[in-house]
Write a protein that binds this ligand. Structure first.
Ligand code: FE2
Length: 186
C-alpha cells in the first residue's frame, strides 16, 4: 500500500542523507504502530506522510531550504493527493518556522488539517530520534537545540513550537491510552 512512498523516500534520502533515511523509517514504524486508531485509508495516509515528511531535505528537492515546503511542492508536482501534500507541508508545527523564514504565504497554499491523524504524525516525528530510535518529546527538542546550536533559526523555531508540539503529542498519547495502547504512550 505504501510501497511507492517508501521507494520514493529511499530514492531521495538513502544515499545523500543516510541518517535522515534511518530517522524516516523510525517515524514510519511509529506511525504504523498507531494504525489501530484510524480507518484503513487514514492509517495508510498516516504512514505515507510519515515516510515522506522529510523528503524536502533531499538535495534533489531542496529549492527554498525549508524542507516541509520543498517536500510538499515536490509531491504536488508528482500529483500526490492534496491531503498528503498538506500533511507534509504542515508537519511538526512548520508554520512557525515558515514565519521565521518569511515563507508563510508559500506554506499557506496548504492548510493544517488539525486532526487526530495530524497529531499522530507530529507525535511520530517528535518521539523518534535522528537515528530512528524511540524517545520522548523533551529529549527530542533538546537534541534538536544541541544539534543546531544557540544561534540557528531552527533552535528558535523549536523553542517557540514546543507548546504546540507537546500538546499534539499529549493528545495522541491520551488517545493511545484510551485505546488500551498505553505501552506506546511512554
Ligand atoms: Fe522528521
Amino acid at each position: 500500500m505504501v510501497a511507492w512512498a517508501f521507494e520514493l523516500a529511499e530514492h531521495l534520502l538513502r544515499e545523500p542523507l543516510p541518517r535522515r533515511w534511518v530517522h524516516v523509517q523510525g517515524v514510519a514504524d511509529r506511525a504504523r504502530s498507531v494504525s489501530v486508531l484510524f480507518s484503513t485509508d487514514d492509517a495508510t495516509l498516516l504512514v505515507e506522510a510519515a515516510v515522506l515528511h522529510d523528503i524536502g531535505y533531499s538535495p534533489a528537492l531542496a529549492l527554498t531550504g525549508f524542507h516541509p515546503l520543498d517536500g510538499a511542492r515536490y509531491l504536488r508536482e508528482a500529483t500526490s493527493p492534496e491531503r498528503l501534500c498538506a500533511l507534509v507541508a504542515h508537519h511538526s508545527c512548520s508554520y512557525l518556522e515558515a514565519r521565521l523564514r518569511g515563507l508563510s504565504k508559500e506554506l499557506d497554499e496548504w492548510g493544517d488539517e488539525e486532526t487526530s491523524l495530524r497529531d499522530a504524525l507530529w507525535w511520530a516525528d517528535m518521539t523518534t530520534t535522528p537515528d530512528g530510535e524511540r524517545t520522548n518529546i523533551n529529549d527530542r527538542i533538546e537534541e534538536i537545540q544541541n544539534r543546531y546550536g544557540p544561534t540557528d533559526l531552527v533552535t528558535a523555531f523549536i523553542a517557540e513550537a514546543k507548546p504546540e508540539l507537546t500538546a499534539a503529542v499529549e493528545r495522541t498519547e491520551e488517545r493511545l491510552r484510551a485505546a488500551g495502547l498505553a505501552h506506546l504512550a511512554k
